[in-house]
Design a protein around this ligand. Structure first.
Ligand SMILES: *Cc1c(COP(=O)(O)O)cnc(C)c1O
Length: 376
């Protein structure tokens, strides 16, 4: 999708906040621990390359992404530090990864065998991290026997360099840590089966690190914390307290493109879900669900000038309307998402309103919205 540079609707990203968030986290780590910045999904909607370049300045030792194309994007941007693809890449692309010095996650013995076939007639060596399914039920080795066979397969195998072994937590953001401890135990058990020595053994995501879970992890895969958001974002419960200061980096701003007073009996939007019962001032904002501003935001209050105004009528694909307490001119600033945690339209409040988590709200912001970078 093309970015709308001639429309007043942008996602603003404070790279200064991103830098501080990473620097704060690095201070929180043990001296030998490394921070890998997780910039998958276009840097959680913030822009992968600008975030990655800022992360480098702040001291990140490497990067994690979800898919091979995201890793290649970073390489094309001249980023040379280690990059790990966290998802499963088809083994047929092992040579592309190896040629670009990109590390892949190994989910199974079958995957290894297929990748070996692809690498056989090349002089390439692929860097791999053994994925362990310690209770996420997603990807990675699960049974002892298969894991042991994979270890035997890898011993003195010239096609692979075992750079890592890792698992992923399902509930590191929860105050109750029974399941977390179960996952730790399973991971430790899998570690005890190792016959090779991975360079880095890691399990921490943002939550495991900033809530002081204190488990050994050579690398912290730091994702949501980079963007200044608290990973414990369940609508029903208050955030767990972070040991690290978090400063949100993202705001979403637009402007009024039209203002008018509609009269009693006239509706707003498809299906006329809002009908004026008296003269009502309506403002139009040029943002819609095609921008990731989903229809569930109907009723949410965005800041128009100095007033918080409810979205009335259904959100259209490219526009929505607000009910205003007073006339304001076309061009008045509209803040859909504020980067100030104390504002009622902060990203957690927005996510709560549509019954999801801020990760999702940020990721959904589409490519049609230009990202504007500044440092503050
Ligand atoms: C996305 C992801 C992370 C980062 O998680 P945050 O909660 O954003 O810190 C870490 N590890 C894996 C395997 C992931 O998929």
């Amino acid at each position: 999708m093309i970015a709308g540079i001639h429309r007043p609707a942008v996602v603003k990203v404070n790279l200064g906040a991103i830098r501080q968030n990473i620097e704060n986290e690095i201070k929180n780590l043990q001296p030998e621990q490394k921070l890998f910045a997780v910039v998958k999904a276009n840097g959680y909607g913030h822009g992968a390359v600008p975030v990655a370049k800022t992360a480098l300045k702040a001291g990140a030792s490497g990067f994690c992404v979800a898919i091979l194309d995201e890793a290649l994007e970073l390489r094309r941007a001249d980023i040379v530090k280690p990059i790990l693809v966290l998802g499963v890449v088809s083994p047929e692309y092992a040579p592309i990864a190896a040629a670009n010095d990109i590390s892949l996650t190994v989910p199974s013995l079958e995957w290894l065998k297929k990748a070996e076939k692809e690498l056989e007639n090349t002089d390439l060596q692929l860097k791999i991290h053994l994925g362990i399914d310690s209770g996420m039920g997603r990807i990675g080795f699960y049974e002892d026997e298969e894991f042991t066979e994979a270890n035997d397969f890898l011993k003195d195998n010239p096609h692979f360099f075992v750079e890592g072994m890792f698992c992923h937590f399902a509930s590191a953001d929860s105050a109750v840590d029974t399941y977390f401890q179960k996952q730790v135990a399973k991971f430790n058990h899998m570690k005890s089966l190792l016959k090779i020595k991975p360079k880095w053994i890691h399990c921490d995501n943002t939550a495991a690190s900033i809530f002081g879970k204190d488990i050994p992890s050579d690398i912290v895969r730091y994702g949501i914390g980079i963007y200044g958001l608290n990973p414990s974002s369940n609508p029903s419960s208050p955030d767990l307290k972070s040991n690290v200061e978090l400063k949100p980096a993202l705001s979403f701003v637009s402007e009024l493109t039209e203002v008018k007073t509609i009269h009693q009996g006239d509706g707003v939007g498809y299906g006329s879900t809002f009908v004026a019962d008296e003269d009502t001032i309506i403002g139009t904002v040029p943002v819609g669900y095609a921008d990731g501003w989903i229809r569930h935001f109907q009723g949410f209050k965005v800041k128009v000038g100095d007033s918080y105004c409810p979205i009335v009528g259904r959100i259209c694909m490219d526009q929505f309307m607000v009910k205003m307490p007073k006339k304001m001119p076309v061009g008045t600033k509209v803040v859909l998402i504020s980067d100030k945690p104390e504002d009622p339209n902060n990203i957690k409040a927005a996510a709560d309103y549509v019954d999801t988590i801020h990760y999702e709200v940020a990721c959904l912001l589409s490519d049609r919205l230009p990202r504007v970078y500044y440092e503050d």
